[in-house]
Design a protein around this ligand. Structure first.
Ligand code: HEC
Ligand code: HEC
Ligand code: HEC
Length: 128
């Protein structure tokens, strides 16, 4: 005779073992690293534009800045909230995000992006 109780318990344990790798990694496997802010960035509270925009569009913004500075000789950017920023990768972005390895690099490494900007532009000095 079959022992229905044991079979069901066996099936439940088997299913649990089968699914273990899935729920064990839940919320961890795909989580991107948190961007670490410097004290200076924390004090500023916000980026040049809202965080969501910066997250998706900072590379386009840098591209526009470069064009504006190099081609148009225009040095100032007016943000959505009407603040004026000196357009410079080194002097503006990297002033607030001087922890490049924990901010820019950490996210880029995770995503497999390697901007070539630092061939010419000087990276901020970090105390590692
Ligand atoms: C005045 C200081 C300051 C300047 C200048 C600045 N940032 Fe930011 N940045 C911040 C702060 C503060 C945050 C976090 C904003 C938040 O949490 O709402 C941030 C967020 C970001 C994010 C999103 C990070 C995330 O959590 O996803 C990116 C990308 C970014 N900045 C890139 C840049 C770039 C590129 C420049 C130059 C074009 C720049 N920032 C200039 C202060 C600054
Ligand atoms: C929250 C994650 C995140 C952070 C933080 C971040 N980036 Fe990026 N960055 C990206 C993504 C995503 C791309 C786009 C990759 C693509 O489109 O192929 C990118 C692309 C770029 C590019 C264009 C590279 C290329 O080869 O096209 C530049 C330049 C750049 N980031 C500069 C910076 C700088 C400078 C900082 C720090 C101030 C920074 N990023 C912080 C996610 C991030
Ligand atoms: C071959 C060398 C070189 C590379 C690589 C390079 N740049 Fe530049 N960049 C320059 C020079 C030279 C200037 C002009 C400096 C000036 O007039 O202040 C400049 C100016 C800029 C400016 C405006 C002025 C400033 O102080 O920041 C931005 C923004 C900029 N570059 C962004 C980038 C980004 C983003 C990348 C990578 C995607 C990059 N550059 C890669 C040489 C380079």
């Amino acid at each position: 005779m079959y022992d229905r109780g044991k079979i069901i318990i066996g099936l439940i344990i088997g299913l649990g073992l089968f699914l273990f790798p899935f729920y064990y990694n839940k919320g961890e496997a795909k989580k991107a690293p948190e961007a670490v802010l410097t004290d200076k960035a924390k004090a500023a509270k916000q980026c040049i534009e809202p965080k969501e925009f910066m997250r998706t569009d900072h590379m386009k913004m840098l591209d526009v800045w470069r064009e504006d500075v190099v081609r148009e000789a225009n040095r100032y950017y007016k943000s959505g909230d009407n603040k004026s920023y000196f357009m410079s990768l080194q002097v503006t972005c990297m002033e607030c995000h001087s922890n490049k390895s924990k901010f820019c690099d950490q996210c880029h490494n995770y995503l497999g992006v390697a901007p070539y900007c630092w061939d010419c532009h000087i990276e901020p000095k970090e105390n590692k």
